[in-house]
Design a protein around this ligand. Structure first.
Ligand code: ATP
Ligand code: MG
Length: 652
């Protein structure tokens, strides 16, 4: 944003409600003492010992953080192996028969891997990769859907010190080619294909296309036969089974990795523009995600845990694979989408597996709400102990629906703010300690430095909006930030004293230090000089009865500068039309004021979403402005943008 004073959005979002941590939860929670916040303050950075202590190190580190200037060498001198921490140590500790991964296909097939099974599979595949010529520090790209071979391949890579580069299976051949190049990766593991909503998608043919498109040659390609439709394999191509069978019973010693050796590469979701490549390192990252899995998700070894994130994104890396497995938990991995074959599939999974902890995204919660509240209510979800959300701001109405109808008012909800670039959670409540405020993520986690500043880098007063910056290094920080590099838009943005990282998000902090994330700073609308956050207007709109979901953007307006355009999805059983439109306008005027009154309300069956499920507002802005549509290639549902554009043309 060009405004030097900062995004002083009008912030009158409801959300004054406070909910104490449920006592029955606190009674059993791992972290229950408020003193943890002070302890981290007083002992910073040595407090992060507490995170590192969740892991087994080969060589102990000499210092938690030798210097508070870049390069930040978290846990310098320490060595460890991520695979050893996620697999071997549980087997050695006598938990070999505990289930590590329970995989549920969308067609009802299940596969169960105990920690011993996982140990065997990972070792065999690690041996196979080595035999294919993969050496330490070679990057192995994994272009795979949600099948057990994906976490197995990740752990096998970690075992031999080969960074993995997971590419979400829903991305195109072009996107894969770009990511192979950006990672300089010559090894690819993929699969023949998979089912999505009942139809087969052939992944191997996309991988073959990418192989031709990539600027460099691939040395080896491994194909998991998931559909049994692999067909012809060319030179340098092998099936997964053939390789693993050739190494049956093999054992590979876990490679000792330095704390800041790269564990994996990943790309951001591309919501705001070009996806960025991010490298996460072994020690700090693993300590960060394991500690937060324990302190925030409250995961314990005996828990069964379901996270709906796809492993193709950072949430799946950190909180489907690494954090939960490092703690020795049972992770349920679901292959399909929440509405296939039926809209109660997730509640089935929770009931059948007696899931203790459930972590999902606001986009899923809004769909559950829209579908039918009686679906979760008709199930026995009493095994649930804690609920989490990540990925986008969650409006208070969706928050409360989740809390009441899924959590039955007895499970804390953790609204976890973090990014691909942070590796793990940064801002959220410690559920056994802090009260919850629907709509607000919570205070920064112990040891995390977060501030909301204006365009000059000065802290803004409480309850005023500004830019969210992180002001202290954290263990899960990626390689670029460790070394003092920045990404484009972040470089030299503010004159904040000392080291800092600009998150790209707008936020406000209340008198209790709770951070409410208001959305991307680029998603601010300037109506007659009033700067409004899209998130607040959306919150007001979804507070109106009959509205399931809403996206708000600014469109050019001769008088006001910008005007509010609202795109609205109705709840099942409600009619689009003048009555609802009037109630929406009234709802916004009541919650925020006439200044935020939508110029246009457009009803639509869908909103344009990225493959990771986030609303892509920049395209809706193009629609509002009658401009040529920007790049739609990272969209899950590109056709919907044209449909919406046609509606807008018809209305105006
Ligand atoms: P790109 O950086 O390529 O535009 P992206 O930011 O969507 O893509 P991610 O790293 O997956 O990629 O998403 C992080 C962003 O998601 C955060 O910066 C924030 O905008 C949003 N976000 C995540 N969790 C929350 C949350 N609990 N509350 C509010 N916003 C959240
Ligand atoms: Mg981002």
């Amino acid at each position: 944003m060009s405004n030097r004073r900062g995004p002083d959005f009008e912030t009158r979002m409801a959300g004054d409600e406070e909910i104490p941590p449920p006592p029955q939860f606190v009674d059993q929670a791992t972290v229950t003492d408020d003193s943890v916040y002070d302890e981290f303050e007083v002992n910073w950075p040595d407090c992060w010992d507490r995170a590192a202590a969740t892991l087994d190190w080969f060589d102990p580190y000499e210092s938690v953080l030798p210097d508070d200037e870049p390069p930040f060498e978290w846990f310098a001198g320490g060595t460890l192996n991520a695979c050893y921490n996620c697999v071997d140590r549980h087997v050695e500790a006598g938990a070999k028969n505990r289930v590590a991964i329970k995989w549920e296909s969308h067609l009802g097939e299940t596969r169960t891997y105990t920690y011993q099974d996982l140990y065997r599979e990972v070792n065999e595949f690690a041996a196979a990769l080595r035999a294919q010529g993969v050496e330490e520090d070679d990057v192995v790209t994994l272009y795979m859907p949600m099948i057990p071979e994906l976490p197995i391949a990740m752990l096998a890579c970690a075992r031999i010190g080969a960074p993995h580069n997971v590419v979400f299976a829903g991305l195109s051949a072009d996107a894969l080619a770009t990511r192979l190049e950006s990672a300089d990766s010559r090894f690819l593991v993929t699969c023949d294909g998979y089912y999505r909503r009942g139809s087969a998608i052939f992944l191997k043919s996309k991988a073959d296309d990418a192989r031709l498109k990539a600027a460099h040659d691939l040395e080896e390609m491994v194909v998991v036969e998931h559909l049994g439709e692999t067909g012809h394999l060319g030179a340098g191509q092998h099936t997964y089974d053939e390789l693993v069978e050739a190494h049956a019973g093999a054992e590979v010693a876990p490679v000792e990795r330095a704390a800041d050796d790269v564990l994996f590469l990943i790309h951001t979701s591309g919501t705001t523009g070009e996806p960025k490549r991010v490298e996460h390192v072994t020690g700090g990252y693993l300590a960060h995600v394991t500690w937060t899995s324990q302190a925030v998700l409250d995961l314990k070894p005996e828990d069964t845990y379901l996270c709906t994130a796809n492993i193709g994104w950072i949430s799946g890396h950190s909180y489907v694979v690494y954090g939960p497995l490092a703690l020795g938990t049972t992770a349920v991995m679901y292959e399909g989408t929440p509405n296939y074959p039926e809209r109660d599939r997730i509640w089935d999974l929770i009931e059948e597996n007696a899931v203790d902890v459930f972590y999902t995204a606001p986009t899923a919660i809004r769909s559950f709400m829209k579908w039918d509240t009686s679906l979760p209510e008709s199930r026995d979800l009493s095994s649930l102990r804690l609920l989490g959300t990540v990925g986008e701001p969650i409006d208070p109405r969706a928050w409360k629906w989740y809390y009441e109808h899924v959590g039955n008012g007895t499970c804390p909800v953790v609204d976890t703010w973090w990014q691909t670039e942070t590796g793990g959670m940064m801002i959220t409540t410690l559920p056994g300690v802090k009260k919850m405020k629907p709509g607000s993520a919570g205070p920064p986690l112990p040891g995390v430095g977060a501030r909301v500043v204006d365009g000059r880098g000065e802290e803004v007063p409480a309850n005023e909006a500004g830019y969210l910056v992180l002001t202290r290094p954290w263990p899960g920080m990626p390689l670029a930030l460790r070394r003092g590099h920045r990404w484009g838009e972040d470089a030299a943005k503010f004159d904040v004293d000392g080291w800092h990282y600009f998150t790209g998000d707008g936020a406000k902090v209340d008198d209790d230090g709770y951070v409410t994330v208001l959305g991307r700073v680029d998603d601010v609308i300037n109506v007659s000089g009033h700067r409004l956050g899209t998130m607040e207007i959306e919150s007001a709109i979804v507070g109106v009865e009959g509205v399931a979901e809403a996206a708000v953007v600014g469109g050019n307006h001769e008088v006001k500068g910008e005007a509010v355009y609202a795109y609205v999805i109705t709840e099942d059983g409600y009619e689009e039309g003048e009555d609802l439109r009037a109630r929406i306008i009234e709802g916004v005027e009541d919650a925020i004021g006439p200044i935020a009154r939508p110029e246009q309300v457009v009803f639509t069956p869908e909103l344009p979403k990225t493959r990771s499920g986030k609303i892509m507002r920049r395209l809706l802005e193009d629609v509002a402005n009658g401009a040529e549509l920007g790049d739609t290639s990272t969209l899950r549902n590109p056709a919907v943008v044209e449909e919406i554009a046609a509606k807008v043309r018809a209305q105006s």
